[in-house]
Design a protein around this ligand. Structure first.
Ligand code: TMP
Ligand code: ASP
Length: 235
């Protein structure tokens, strides 16, 4: 499968067309942004880690009944995926208070919830990805009720599978963001990526951050943390 013209460049990935109209190639970059693009930098080796980790996790999720866009890893940074129309919702599941939840609701980071939470942000850079509820998503015609039900069920299922899986590697899944897409026939599949860019991973023993918060919060050690997560999960 050959890389044809570039279709899109995001903050962390580029997307290229292929000869097959139903398949695209994703190319992961080391570029990192935070604070709605206000902070820009590089996390050396991030593209390789996120490509390999995301592919590994999506394969595992697909085996357990969550359909994904993943097709085949082509190289360290490149993966063949099904072409989707992205549903413009950031789907966030939380097990423990952190980040914007802690700030918005005045809850100490690390507070464990009795049950996981689900929230949506409207994926729109001009509006800075505002938090919305599912009635707003319907009013804005971002998705149908049926799609929102499917997406919500998949998001909680991903949380159950992933939380359990990561604990084997002494990692606590604090929260994460998913994106879903529609195939040509309308089927909803998990898309985008699952990586330390899009999840909060805390070491289950020490509570150390093993994710992009090290970069977002200028704590340092992000390169090593990304490598550490890859080493734990992929050996
Ligand atoms: P938040 O606490 O900042 O809302 O982040 C919740 C989760 O979503 C966290 O695991 C990081 C992830 N996330 C993204 O993947 N992309 C984003 O743009 C933001 C703001 C958060
Ligand atoms: N989407 C955020 C930004 O571009 C990055 C993040 O916080 O993960 O600033």
């Amino acid at each position: 499968m050959n890389k044809l013209e570039q279709l899109y460049e995001g903050k962390a990935k580029k997307v290229f067309a292929t000869e097959d109209p139903n398949l695209v190639i994703v190319d992961y970059k080391d570029d990192a942004t935070a604070g709605d693009g206000a902070k820009k930098g590089t996390i050396r080796g991030k593209g390789v880690v996120n490509n390999k980790l995301s592919n590994n996790l999506m394969k595992m999720l697909a085996e357990q009944g969550v359909p994904t866009h993943f097709v085949e890893e082509l190289s360290d940074r490149e993966t063949l995926v099904k072409k989707v129309q992205i549903v413009p919702l950031e789907v966030i599941v939380r097990n423990v208070a952190a980040g914007s939840f802690s700030k918005r609701y005045g809850v100490a980071e690390g507070t464990v919830f009795k049950a996981p939470t689900l929230e949506f942000s409207y994926k729109n850079d001009d509006l800075h990805d505002p938090l919305i509820n599912h009635y707003h998503a319907l009013a804005l015609e971002l998705a149908t009720q049926e799609e929102i039900d499917t997406i919500s069920a998949y998001a909680f299922k991903v949380n159950e599978i992933l939380s359990k899986y990561l604990l084997q590697f002494n990692i606590r899944l604090i929260d994460f963001k998913l994106e879903f897409g529609r195939l040509a026939d309308g089927t909803i599949v998990l898309a985008d990526e699952i990586s330390p860019d899009t999840c909060r991973f805390w070491d289950a023993t020490t509570g150390a951050h093993l994710d992009k918060d090290l970069f977002r919060r200028d704590l340092g050690g992000e390169e090593e943390a990304y490598q550490e997560v890859m080493k734990r999960l992929l050996g």
